[in-house]
Design a protein around this ligand. Structure first.
Ligand SMILES: [Cu+2]
Length: 320
């Protein structure tokens, strides 16, 4: 069963080329064997005799009067070539026509940046991950691929798709997944000593799980009052609501930002892991240097083994 739209595309194109090649091969080899047998050199025939229309250097070959055969073979070749050209250009057109960012779901347009030697996946809401690219099943996914240092090549094994990651340039690729699970992301261009370890995981989950996870990758914590030069605290509590509690280990990787200009933040954050299916809390201490109306926001990167999921494709998620 195909796992993505790109795989369907390439499988059909490969099938078209293969089946036509088989048909042509059967015709060519059948004729070859037929003529070898029919015109073989018999002991009774004078082997030195040349056919009457043998080409002679410097002379235009005489017409053999086989115009119908020629028209037939040229027509068949043309039909086969046109079928291959239409198939190839159809696939290229599909690959080069990604949906606009406004046409895909929230969190389905991701900036992929190659670094020596890891991939960073940055979502529109500011969440980013250096290992797991999580996407929803059945949605069109748009990836904007670039590089922060040298040339890389971003590819997803199993989905039959890859594109160059070049500094200063963005290549867009897109696909729709048909199967939940994990797929290996790999760099396909030698980019340095750590190239072989430059891997990631494409984690395809159902749409409900994805939207729950995506919404809560960013927890907003709005303090009631913000005083200049006075340290305030912002705390967010999150709990694991995944169906089976898959051994979560909340990570302490938390970023803090304020949308209002003029703020300077110091931060300390502690994520306290409870049980495998429990709660964790994160606190941010910050000292604004100017008054503003913006709220403080905590972005928590959740733990949990991305390679584990239950039979419904749910992976561990934390919800505030
Ligand atoms: Cu590489």
């Amino acid at each position: 069963m195909a796992v993505s739209s790109t795989q369907v595309q390439f499988d059909s194109l490969f099938g078209l080329f293969t089946y036509l090649a088989i048909v042509v091969s059967i015709i060519v080899f059948s004729l070859l064997i037929y003529f070898i047998i029919k015109y073989r050199d018999r002991p009774s025939s004078p082997s030195s005799r040349q056919p009457d229309d043998t080409p002679i250097l410097g002379r235009i070959p005489p017409s053999r009067g086989h115009a119908r055969t020629m028209v037939l073979t040229v027509s068949l070749s043309t039909i086969i070539l046109v079928a291959l050209i239409i198939g190839s250009f159809g696939a290229i057109d599909n690959i080069l026509s990604p949906p606009a960012p406004s046409q895909v779901c929230a969190g389905c347009s991701v900036l992929v940046t190659g670094h020596q030697f890891y991939w960073n996946f940055a979502y529109p809401n500011g969440h980013s991950d250096n290992l797991v690219l999580r996407v929803p099943l059945g949605n069109s996914i748009r990836l904007n691929v670039t590089s922060a240092d040298v040339f890389h090549d971003f590819g997803i094994i199993g989905l039959d798709i890859k594109t160059d990651a070049i500094p200063g340039r963005t290549n867009v690729m897109w696909f729709t997944t048909y199967q939940q699970g994990n797929f290996t992301i790999q760099c396909f261009e030698l980019c340095g000593t750590g190239h072989a370890t430059m891997k990631g995981i494409l984690n395809v989950v159902n749409q409900t799980t994805f939207q729950q996870w995506y919404t809560h990758t960013r927890i907003t914590c709005s303090p009631s009052s913000v005083a200049v030069n006075q340290t305030s605290q912002c705390t967010a509590v999150v709990s694991d609501t995944s169906p089976s509690g898959m051994g979560l280990t909340p990570k302490g990787n938390v970023t803090f930002s304020t949308p209002a200009l003029g703020y300077f933040n110091t931060r300390t954050c502690t994520l306290i892991a409870d049980t495998s299916k429990g709660t964790a809390s994160c606190s941010v201490l910050y000292t604004p240097t100017a008054a503003g109306t913006g709220s403080a926001r905590i972005t928590a990167v959740y733990g949990g083994d991305p390679t584990q999921s239950d039979s419904s494709g749910n992976t561990a998620i934390l919800i505030a």
